[in-house]
Design a protein around this ligand. Sequence first.
Ligand SMILES: Cc1ncc(C[n+]2csc(CCOP(=O)(O)OP(=O)(O)O)c2C)c(N)n1
Length: 634
Amino acid sequence: MGILESITTPRDLRGLSDDELGALASEIRDFLVQTCSRTGGHLGPNLGVVELTLAIHRTFDSPRDRVVFDTGHQAYVHKLVTGRMAGFAKLRQEGGASGYPSQAESEHDIVENSHASTALSYADGLAKAYAIRGEDRHVVAVIGDGALTGGMAWEALNNIAIAQSSRLVIVVNDNGRSYTPTIGGLANALTTLRTNPRYEQILDLVKKRLNAVPGVGPAAYDALHAVKKGLKDAIAPQGLFEDLGLKYVGPVDGHDRGAMEQALAQAKRFGGPVIVHAITRKGFGYDHAEAHEADQFHGPGPFDIESGEEVPKGRIWTDVFADEIVHIGQRRSDVVGVTAAMMHPVGLHHFQARFPERTFDVGIAEQHATTSAAGLALGGLHPVVALYATFLNRAFDQVLMDVALHRCGVTFVLDRSGVTGDDGASHNGMWDMSILQVVPGLRLAAPRDGARLRELLNEAVEVDDAPTVLRFPKGPPPEDLPAVGRAGGTDVLVRSGTKDVLVVGVGSMAAVAVGVAERLVAQGIGVTVVDPRWVLPVDPALVDLAREHRLVVSIEDNGRVGGVGSMLLQTLNDAGVETPFRLHGIPQEFLAHAKRAVILERIGLTPQAIALGIVEDMTALAEGAALIDADRPV
Ligand SMILES: Cc1ncc(C[n+]2csc(CCOP(=O)(O)OP(=O)(O)O)c2C)c(N)n1
């Protein structure tokens, strides 16, 4: 049995010798590489925080002291030393460990929101609460240099600086990267701290010595970049944090556990808020991760350990967008791209390569991205802001007031909309179509396939006096689903038999709607399947179609409340259309992590489940009975 298996609580770390702790760190790295090669996961960030996490757990007493990980994708090591090794066999899968901290999993986890830049605010509140309640507990917040680019982190620092009785230690895990290198004034300032003269001298020394050793090249130097110990003798405010009046320890080599422990102990003794600046390397200890240019294995899918090659994902929705936006950029010199620290994941990297001067990575700053886009539009350009759907939640007020009120032509492209699954509750993009319904003038499109994505994106960038939104899910798009007809702006996908059931399939649910139709046709039920393409504003053609049918069924990959079905129902009601209506969407609950397909099955967003309900409804209608069923989701 290795050392790792013997660790069930952080207290077990206390009795280990330096050598044992070194061996444990290696075991953890091996375990993480093995696990993530099978399941995928946030390998790079976690390889970078092994020593840092061990040091935190040896210096503080979790769960009495609270450890809050910003974003939470780098909490695997924390999970391993808090007795959750077994859950890694099914990491991010149903029944296995969540990819983020999870209250349900452990008393050592208190915050589980995976949206970045919140940890300092949680920690500020926790520390104040413990001070007011007279509890002698410390709070440790671990935040990356990437997450530090988010506005909330700075709002928190501004307050933490004056909360002198907060027993709060902020560990800045500075690896110089978000997915790609963190950019911006803040990143530059951190670099200045990192490269203070004393620190550089040590590095120079190491470099010279290493380069003098035959056979030891730059890679080894990089790996040993670590020998740097810039630990200051006293806690002193430094550069970037000085103006806020925050105490600072560092920079500390985050891969030197001993130095980290020393710094943390110093910060702990201080008794007020302190920043500990740890320098780490993303992917540390696994060559393929360290050398991975795009994101140092920030979040790979399954991969081959020897070659570092990821199992090919095939062509996904993002790729379709990535190609089409380049075509648009070639045609339209006023189109600019904006991303919030996710250039590759949202597919703006080709656009960036082609039009670097027209591409802006603003850091993890969705609010700024949105209002800055409003400025770009007011200045005569057409911005395309590409985000994951869940992160648009951050920027709701900016979409409403800064873009829509000002009638700015800004196109939002929301990737990973609907159920995303593996990353748990906070990563599902199930709110966008509800919150956006209330924005006056906003036009919202949900492409059903790659062809529609291209078509609708081109239509969207033509709108120069209102926000437009395109949303599409995770994974590969289905085969293109050609229309058999058009009604207004709505595509008719199936027209079969008499006008019994009108199925409105929104975006990726159009394919599900076609599957429903196949089953209904087999039962002799007449069916029309439509894809509205633009779901907001509601196409008047849908009102006429609904009036002509005996039952209307809407299917969307969005929360049931306030989404497309809800808006359509309201529109039909306003128009006096009394056709019975069944609304299918995601139940309004925080969905535990599991594969997208598993969740869709569980919540009934499958052709089988929906068709079954329709057959029951049609039978009831034929019998003149009401369509009420207590078992149906509400
Ligand atoms: C509000 C928000 N936007 C975007 C993301 C996606 N995201 C997850 S981790 C990450 C980079 C984080 O960088 P950093 O904080 O430096 O941590 P590291 O992975 O480098 O350890 C991003 C952009 C997010 N989680 N939350």
